[in-house]
Design a protein. Structure first.
Length: 185
């Protein structure tokens, strides 16, 4: 699990931890309400938790890319080449939403020469392809949670409570290995 605010972590990781804590607080609210009266526990809190975790992921990827860009190319600020690079990078970031594995791979490979998705291994996740697949499934589920409200009450809720624990753990570990890999670039 992420160690709170280590010195060799990116600022983006520190911000991710804060965002993830917000998602954990939502889950605590859901659990608290669910313990007192399971009939009234608002399922929207589970959906909101899912959305917040994936938003923290998206924010992390954007922030760490900006951080790396500034660290690598900040010396070029003000010159023609530096201005061009900054403009191209800004254009890419404006179009960068829902960072699935392919989009994440592309931005870091294009601007920093590293396929960060190849570094995605830890504990029970020994295969980067498996991690890419799971990430893409979560991204898809976030899209459904954001754009498709749970209108059919006969279907199971989009975000089950135990799945959210897995989601929180997955993204905590994914960001931790991503940050470790990128801080070496």
């Amino acid at each position: 699990m992420i160690k709170e605010f280590e010195q060799n972590m990116s600022n983006a990781l520190q911000n991710f931890i804060i965002g993830l804590n917000d998602a954990k607080e939502l889950m605590s609210c859901f659990d608290s309400i669910n313990k007192s009266n399971s009939d009234t526990a608002p399922k929207v809190l589970k959906r909101a938790t899912l959305i917040m975790v994936l938003t923290a992921w998206e924010t992390y990827i954007e922030d760490v890319a900006v951080e790396l860009f500034n660290n690598k190319f900040g010396v070029l600020n003000g010159c023609h080449l530096g201005n061009f690079m900054q403009q191209q990078f800004s254009i890419h970031l404006k179009r960068f939403h829902n960072p699935d594995s392919l989009k994440t791979k592309k931005i870091f490979q294009e601007f920093f020469g590293v396929d960060v998705t190849e570094k995605w291994t830890w504990n029970n996740y020994n295969d980067p392809d498996q991690v890419r697949h799971i990430l893409n499934k979560w991204i898809k589920k976030r899209g459904e949670a954001v754009h498709r409200a749970q209108t059919d009450q006969t279907k199971p809720h989009i975000a089950k409570r135990d799945e959210l624990d897995k989601c929180l753990r997955f993204f905590s570990e994914l960001v931790e290995v991503t940050d470790a890999a990128l801080m070496k670039v």
